[in-house]
Write a protein that binds this ligand. Sequence first.
Ligand SMILES: *Cc1c(COP(=O)(O)O)cnc(C)c1O
Length: 245
Amino acid sequence: MEEDYGAFIEDRRAEILQRVDASLAVSGRARDEAELVAVSKTVGLMQVLAAIDAGYRVFGENRPQELHRKLEGLDLVQEARPVRFDMIGNLQTNKINAVLGRVELIHSIGTMHLAEAVSSRASRRLDAGELAAPQRVLIEVNVSGEETKGGFSPDELRRSMDELQSLCGIRIEGLMTMAPRGDKSRARACFAGLRELRDELRVSSGLELHELSCGMSEDYEIALEEGSTIVRLGRVVFDPSFEVL
Ligand SMILES: *Cc1c(COP(=O)(O)O)cnc(C)c1O
């Protein structure tokens, strides 16, 4: 069973990389201009280890407790093959301290309240020498305007940029969004909208905002064609029953 899974995840990775390359070529980019985050939130340690063997180095979790379980379980392999974890989901303010310094990037700062809370805790930890560098974060934007989705609306973000930029303890590296499901043209419009908003804010804020975290199992190729720099892939990486079309 484990051997089969290892073979599956390797073959699947080869296929994903081929598609990533083709999509990046559409936007005139090379392999190293996009990062693959393997979203491990629904799988166990065995699958994560198989993914490390297959070549994945960045993982995404959305619950601090599960993040800890994985970090503890991986302790032995960390040194030989450094892997990193990102926080990709809704982060409650009372869980911030549990992820600060343990994750490389927090993708999902979706409200000013959360930004301020991460900022104040990170500042305190930096002052105490418990955090080596400001926490890298992305701002989540609700580009599609769907009510069920979190994040700043584009207008809200335009209005909030000055305040966000003034927060200590965090480094805003770019934007993140989730596209509407099941509609490729709406997904494309959403990713293009994120890129255009980034281009606009880059000029108005002076921040580089290099990262665009967008694209999941069903739409990562479209996202990469539209300029995504980080795709977050769950089922397509880990689930043998997910069909690659
Ligand atoms: C679960 C999750 C993903 C991965 O979704 P798949 O469709 O399985 O690729 C990506 N981003 C976020 C924020 C998620 O919660």
